[in-house]
Design a protein around this ligand. Structure first.
Ligand code: COI
Length: 354
């Protein structure tokens, strides 16, 4: 793939690394590529970050035909820039695209585009502990048409955001609300796809949970409202009686890259891992029996996020005394250690940007 690069004449001011927050600051450049039916993906370029000028009839504004991804670039203490399993994001892009009738992007082109734009803006990768460059690839449908049909034209873009922890609390345990009224997704729907509609559908419950002092919503299955699914910005894990338990991928859960990494690392650490259905009732019973030892979320943005409190209906479960558990800490240290090049990547997960 040929990528035309035009650099900005007015570079922006680099941010104060002690107060980055998540997804609020953007770098100088972006990647863009167009799709036209009959031609395919074309005109790959890196240009100064800019506003888009789109006709108000563009299909993405009306029927939500769009997708997004999330990954990060890390600046190691050795000065090297690493990506974490970017091929997984590329493959997931195409799984999402298949579901939403968006044309596939070759995996190698996706990874090349990410590497190229990160390279151009590598000076924006923060170096303070716990910070990274969040990478947001996304595709929108651009036909100017109000009929409901797949668009014939698309735009693929990548923007970059120097970021700190996803939750303002950092690695401190968060409180999670198990939602028993609204649902996020059902089998056969789009729950496994990384598309804005899933997140729009989550907002009403999130507002309700926030109002009650909880950080995020944990979704139950859309049919029986019984089995645990995912948090929305993360997948969820429990340590019950020495075993790591996480909901199985059933079509309505996002197949997280960090989720897959956690499963592989736990197995390597000798911890038994069960991917299976787990009901909210089972959690309550385990907690009452003193067997719910840890709970944590996993995600690119959140990395590992310990959960110290879970609310389900009238039950509020305190987990590990609202402290970071040893498995959560070990996974956080291992994953971020690999990402920042502090520990050897014997899993072969990192890809250097040169
Ligand atoms: C990520 O972890 O990259 C995500 O996409 C979650 C996002 C909704 C913040």
């Amino acid at each position: 793939m040929e990528i035309k690069i035009t650099k900005t004449q007015t570079p922006g001011q680099k941010p104060d690394q002690s107060n980055l927050g998540f997804g609020k600051i953007f770098t100088d450049h972006m990647f863009e590529m167009e799709y036209t039916e009959g031609i395919g993906w074309h005109d790959a370029k890196i240009v100064p970050v800019h506003n888009l000028s789109l006709h108000p009839a563009c299909m993405v504004f009306h029927y939500g035909q769009e997708m997004f991804e999330g990954l990060k670039a890390y600046r190691g203490k050795d000065g090297k820039v690493r990506l974490f399993r970017p091929d997984m994001n590329a493959k997931r892009t195409n799984n999402t695209n298949d579901r939403l009738c968006i044309p596939n992007i070759p995996v190698e082109d996706f990874v090349e585009a990410v590497k190229a734009v990160v390279k151009v803006d590598e000076d924006w990768i923060p170096t303070a502990d716990g910070t990274s460059l969040y990478i947001r690839p996304f595709i929108i449908a651009t036909d100017e048409f109000l009929g409901v049909a797949p668009s014939k034209t698309y735009k693929f873009m990548i923007i970059l955001s120097p970021s700190g922890a996803y939750y303002a609390s950092g690695l401190a345990p968060v409180g999670i609300w198990i939602e028993d009224e609204y649902v996020r997704a059902v089998k056969g729907g789009i729950g496994f796809a990384k598309t804005g509609g899933n997140y729009a559908a989550s907002l009403a419950a999130q507002v309700k949970a926030h109002d009650d002092g909880y950080s995020q919503v944990l979704w139950l299955d859309g049919v029986e409202r019984k089995y645990i699914e995912e948090v929305g910005a993360m997948n969820i894990f429990f340590k019950i009686d020495g075993k790591i338990v996480t909901p199985e991928l059933n079509g309505s859960i996002l197949p997280g890259v960090t989720r897959d990494s956690v499963i592989q690392l736990c197995k390597k650490m000798g911890l038994p891992v069960e991917e299976r259905k787990i009901s909210a009732e089972e959690l309550i019973a385990a907690q009452k029996a003193g067997k719910l030892e840890e709970c944590f979320g996993s995600g690119t943005a959140a990395v590992i996020s310990p959960v110290g409190k879970l609310r389900y209906k009238d039950d509020v479960m305190l987990i590990n005394n609202n402290e970071i558990g040893p498995v959560s800490q070990k996974l956080y240290d291992t994953i971020t250690g690999i990402q920042w090049g502090k520990i050897e990547d014997d899993m072969g997960w990192t890809v250097e940007v040169k």
